[in-house]
Design a protein around this ligand. Structure first.
Ligand code: URP
Ligand code: ZN
Ligand code: ZN
Length: 466
């Protein structure tokens, strides 16, 4: 007989509704949402979780992670086991990670490699985007195969010349193909070719400290890349999703395109909302902990991103989790900021930060919190309606969330495999007491009860938003 779980007396929050309800779960799926007064009519549960005074939220969906990724002369420090366990602790129940095509090799080869990295290790459900570094006739054919296997989005880079960079012709061809397949192009939008000139000139002047990572990547380069990506997408008649948007001038470009009715979407990340150039400028190479791309911007730019989240000019907050240890990895760039592996840890801290700094401060509503962390990424990336909401028939990926519970974001208090926290010493309020992945309690009161390997690969649908 199927195990029946009841989450009783919680306040259910979706992107649109907030109401008191019991949530009934069987076979990993939500089977009923009922008013607590109806409970005597519904029989017994095998397990009951008391959510009185707490919220019941859809599990977080992080559409931008880099687990076990070779990059910058090293490999991101979380693999699919440590990374997904950390994600679960922080209330994220699904990730979409980036598989990489090595230049000169097939997409298939890259995707198979990432399937092997995740299988038997992931503790929560996962999907893949495909980083496409070589757009040619055979890659374009392969894109169709990948879409049919549920890998429906492709990330292209205008940055990192010689590594991940593709030129405008390749971008345009991939966009046309994505349009025909119902795929989505995710764009790293920075003018990498011009930035490499600025970087070389800075290094010639002896400007080697971490802060020059930001000073050689001005926001205009991101605005230009964003505008170019939007223009190419418009010419191709394809939807486009701008990843890790950090700069107000880039946001202006997205806003303009959306106002013209384009299917243009953008995400920002917690590091752009909660960290700034001041962190990157820290002494004693400490700034290296904050090297990510696009770079952290002056603090005053954060307000524009918060406004964008509120007004839906930005649709999603994902993490761009790409952790490197300070000792032994970030160290590679002691002599030159250009050699510091790019990326910051964040898979575990996203919901804490957005609740404390977004909902509790009144910058965003409860429902908007759910929308930007779960519902919108589910819809944009083809996971909806199985994931991203609380509804009968949806996967029981759920959080029981205590809006007042204190949590300190020290690295010693967290589960990411990295030797520092960007938020060392910061105490936030709001944390999950229970995290459910397809009906199984995987975290309870800070204890991991799940199992590596229990996460399933999720085949995502084609792009369906307008
Ligand atoms: O610094 C970052 N963002 N590292 C990960 C690679 C990327 O561009 O997303
Ligand atoms: Zn990127
Ligand atoms: Zn990334």
């Amino acid at each position: 007989m199927a195990m029946r779980t009841l989450i009783k007396d919680g306040t259910v929050v979706t992107a649109v509704d907030t109401y008191l309800a019991d949530v009934w779960i069987e076979n990993g799926v939500i089977t009923a949402l009922t008013h607590p007064s109806q409970r005597p009519l519904l029989g017994n549960a095998d397990r009951t979780i008391d959510a009185a005074g707490k919220y019941v939220l859809p599990g977080g969906i992080d559409g931008h992670t880099h687990l076990d990724m070779p990059f910058g002369g090293t490999t991101s420090s979380d693999d699919f086991e440590t990374g997904t366990i950390a994600a679960a602790h922080g209330g994220t129940t699904t990730i979409v990670d980036f598989a990489i095509q090595t230049k000169g090799h097939a997409l298939r080869e890259g995707l198979d490699t990432w399937h092997k990295k995740a299988e038997g290790k992931a503790a929560i459900d996962y999907g893949f985007h495909m980083i496409t570094t070589d757009v040619n006739d055979s890659t374009l054919v392969e894109m169709g195969q990948l879409v049919s296997e549920g890998v429906t989005s492709f990330k292209l880079f205008m940055a990192y010349p010689g590594v991940l960079y593709v030129d405008d012709g390749q971008i345009f061809r991939a966009m046309q193909r994505a349009r025909d397949l119902g795929g989505l192009i995710c764009m790293h939008a920075e003018n990498g070719i011009a930035l490499d000139v600025l970087i070389a000139q800075a290094l010639e002047r002896g400007e080697t400290a971490p802060k020059f990572h930001s000073l050689t990547r001005p926001q205009i380069a991101e605005a230009e890349g964003t505008h170019r990506a939007l223009c190419l997408a418009e010419m191709a008649g394809a939807p486009v999703y701008i990843v890790h948007l950090s700069a107000p001038r880039a946001l202006d470009k997205v806003l303009e395109a959306r106002d013209r009715g384009m299917p243009a979407f953008a995400e920002t990340c917690p590091q752009y909302l909660f960290c700034s150039f001041d962190d990157l400028a820290r002494d004693d190479f400490e700034g290296a902990k904050y090297v990510c791309t696009p770079p952290l911007r002056p603090k005053e730019m954060q307000a524009d991103l918060w406004r964008g989240l509120k007004t839906n000019d930005l649709q999603v907050v994902s993490t761009d989790h790409c952790p490197f240890c300070f000792k032994g990895q970030k160290d590679l760039g002691r002599e030159s900021f250009a050699k510091i592996p790019n990326g910051m840890p964040g898979i575990e801290t996203r919901l804490y930060l957005l609740w404390d700094g977004g909902v509790r401060t009144g910058r965003i509503s409860l429902n908007r919190f759910v929308e930007i962390t779960s519902t919108a990424p589910a819809k944009i990336f083809g996971l909806y309606p199985h994931k991203g909401t609380i509804a009968v028939g949806a996967d029981a990926d759920l959080l029981v969330w205590d809006g007042d519970k204190e949590h300190t974001l020290d690295h010693a208090n967290m589960h990411m495999r990295v030797d520092y926290s960007p938020y060392e010493g910061k105490t936030v309020r709001g944390a999950p007491t229970h995290v459910l992945s397809r009906g199984r309690v995987v975290v309870e009161d800070g204890k991991f009860l799940g199992k590596a390997g229990d996460g399933r690969f999720v085949k995502r649908s084609t792009f369906a938003l307008k």
